[in-house]
Design a protein around this ligand. Sequence first.
Ligand SMILES: *[C@@H]1O[C@H](CO)[C@@H](O)[C@H](O)[C@H]1NC(C)=O
Ligand SMILES: *[C@@H]1O[C@H](CO)[C@@H](O)[C@H](O)[C@H]1NC(C)=O
Length: 542
Amino acid sequence: MYGLPRRSRAVLMGLILFIIGSTMYLKSENLAATVPPIRSYFPHSGIRLAPGEAQFRADAIREAYVHSWSGYMEYGYPKDELLPMSKRGGNSMSGWGASVIDGIGTAVLMELHDVVEQQLRIISEIDYTQCEHQISLFETTIRYLGGMVSAYDLLTGPYSWFIQSGKGQKNHDLVQSLLRQSVALADALKWSFNTTSGIPMPFFMLSEKRIKSEDINNIAGFGTLVLEWTRLSDLTGDPQYTNLAQRAQEYLLKVENPEIGEPFPGLLGTNVRLNDGKFLDSYGGWGAMGDSYYEYLIKMYAYDPQRFRRYMQRWIQAADSTMTYLTSVPTSAHASKMLFVGEYSHSRAVALRGSHLACFIGGNFLLGGQLLDNMKYNIYGLKLVEGCRATYADTPSGIGPERFGWDPNLVPSSQKSFFEKNGWYYGGEIDYRLRPEVIESYYHAWVVTKDDIYREWAWEAFVAINRTCRTEHGFTSISDVSRADGGRKDDKQESFWFAEVLKYLFLIFNEEGIQAKERIGFVRGKGQKWVFNTEAHPIRIY
Ligand SMILES: *[C@@H]1O[C@H](CO)[C@@H](O)[C@H](O)[C@H]1NC(C)=O
Ligand SMILES: *[C@@H]1O[C@H](CO)[C@@H](O)[C@H](O)[C@H]1NC(C)=O
């Protein structure tokens, strides 16, 4: 799966399942009719953490960062990520040391001064014009460009302690190098937008610089660039970067061939041709290859409501269609509180299956609900959080699987009793890759409700991950969440472990620092200063 967008690795399996026809045909009207009244749902659990507990937990998560970072520096660096079992490095992200760039923002928030200084020095020396590996524009944008502009925003804003800390000019120069390196990276990549349509190529070699307009890209692949490229333009005053990203995005804001590309209002197909910007298919959803396109529609509005109003309108279309056509209530004991969102196939049939990747959706609906001051999205978002929580709470390991389903007609016979009890079943891929999405949604749910139940859930997830994924030199992906011990240790510490999992966990417990000062999460009526990119890098809003 090397090279596929992060949120897209599950897609091949998904496609195969589609083709086998594992789809339950449900009329959309029926689905809508099954949604229970949700107005009544926003109660406080009454759970409150004991004094000092949040600080204790924040410290435990900081310790996990230091443990992971030490392992990476000892065995992984200068490669992209640590392979903690075989004690070496892996280069799955272009080979510029992805964990350093993906990790710096979290280290800044944790105020790990020495680590930040080390990371800044490494970043200042990267040569972004050279790369022997295939480059994914999507991954490079969200991890590297997002990581650098975010660290620049943090270190020139609320975390200017670094510049002020005695080393004066030297540290000032290191922080400035973040912006210089962001420009260098974007300048090295920007030729990839020079296709016939202006939709960039998903993958390319810097050594070849060959435009392939006969390629295809997916909507997450080119619909998840606009925040990072726009921030770079706003920081430098040079509009070329945002112009490139916005031009590509136009094909998603207004679909050229909606009869194929827009099966439900605002919900799109997946793959788009680079030569003319037309959609090739009608399947999709909030999982792999679609996910962060929808995510950024509302986040661009958070970033600048003047410039990105159309994006917000497009998000509302997608959100409303999701509520109308994709909502599904599993037949579980706790069904009155939870919802799942299905995926759609070429025939608009809704398949009752989901993925860990798509579990960011609860948090995204909560962000939309807060920004638009619309309770219906908040309530819906909390129910989605509850659904994804079930996929963690019901497993022996305490961690949710990569894929799951809840179609009563497709329950594997070996899982009949599991399904009877829990209302969902494991869906083919049962590993855990240190992904953040469920915890990310807990974070947003906690910011919106201030109900400590979401902190309890986040802590349970951390304790489970710490128990099953921790190794002597860092943390690893595991093969089987249906076993209490997590099965085999799969030997990869993804860079998003630093960027996302540890950051959302830290922020949900850290009561000082930026959380109090600047409100990284959005609180209605209080003013928002930051928005997370899809890699959890906080970007200062315009
Ligand atoms: C884009 O491609 C055209 C030819 O297709 C070429 O003339 C032009 O110089 C290219 N622009 C950039 C910025 O590479
Ligand atoms: C995490 O695991 C380490 C090593 O087993 C242990 O010392 C530590 O107490 C654990 N932390 C939590 C919060 O469970």
